[in-house]
Design a binder for this molecule. Structure first.
Ligand SMILES: O=C(O)CCC(=O)C(=O)O
Ligand SMILES: [Fe+2]
Length: 262
């Protein structure tokens, strides 16, 4: 379990209820008052009531071996500001670091990428090893908002910038060994809304092999998608080309990387 200062720990308990409530929609969205009276001092209670007066409406997305939670984390104005701030702050990889290796051949990535996080953290996939740059103020702000909404802490973010609907991401799973399996991947989307497609590992290949049907969703401006275990074991995901989409999009996948592999 994550370590929190007091207020965050209390909030985590409540938000856990919210997430849970998304899948059992008959439960009340409000925190039961007796619980607040029992557990919190007056000042904290006021703070919590204020904070939770507009609980985030989470949507549960479930299929066989797929478990995700989706919500609109930022209002449009806030999301616009965050997008513009990231456009000013972020530096993307160029040259060899903007390429991946597949079966010994080098390919340019059809989007721009950057990695930020705690000092010294490195993330490796498709033959590239990306060292995290120091968090920027806007990334820290978004990371902390995601932590407050989910109760999970993150030490790394992979940024993908899609200049338009031609930029895309191929089907993959985020199942690298260095990812902490107890921590979901938290995906924040800003800018153009884009389709996001999950495909079960038994439904890939020409004939589809009769696994469960794909799960498609649109990731909206200001949205948060939590990919919980075991989603990334059973399902691949992709961001397909959408030729009609002309606006840019930035996606941030917050992750927890294990510092030492066992
Ligand atoms: O841009 C997206 O929504 C997909 C990002 C993703 O799958 C990843 O960073 O691993
Ligand atoms: Fe991914």
């Amino acid at each position: 379990m994550d370590r929190f200062v007091t207020a965050s720990r209390k909030r985590k308990r409540h938000v856990g209820g919210e997430l849970d409530q998304a899948s059992h929609s008959k439960k009340s969205r409000e925190a039961p008052e007796e619980e607040l009276e029992e557990d919190y001092g007056e000042e904290e209670e006021d703070m919590l009531l204020k904070e939770f007066s507009q609980p985030i409406p989470w949507r549960k997305i479930e299929a066989e071996g797929l478990d995700c939670d989706y919500c609109l984390l930022f209002k449009t104005d806030e999301a616009n500001e965050l997008f513009n701030a990231l456009e000013r702050e972020l530096e993307y990889f160029t040259g060899d670091q903007a390429k991946v290796q597949v079966f010994g051949k080098s390919y340019s990535v059809p989007r721009k990428q950057a990695t930020y996080g705690d000092e010294g953290l490195m993330y490796s996939f498709s033959g590239v090893h990306l060292l995290a740059r120091t968090w920027t103020p806007t990334l820290e702000n978004i990371r902390d908002t995601v932590t407050k909404a989910t109760g999970h802490t993150f030490n790394f973010v992979l940024v993908n910038r899609y200049k338009d609907g031609l930029d895309h991401m191929g089907e993959h799973r985020d199942d690298e060994r260095e990812l902490d399996p107890s921590c979901p991947i938290a995906s924040v989307s800003l800018g153009a809304a884009r389709d996001f497609v999950f495909r079960h590992r038994n439904s890939r290949g020409g004939a589809g092999r009769g696994g469960p049907p794909p799960v498609k969703l649109e990731l909206a401006h200001g949205s948060l998608l939590l990919m919980n275990a075991p989603t990334n074991t059973n399902w691949y995901h992709s961001l397909p080309v959408r030729k009609k989409s002309q606006m840019p999009r930035i996606n941030l996948t917050f992750r927890r990387i294990l510092k030492k592999l066992k």
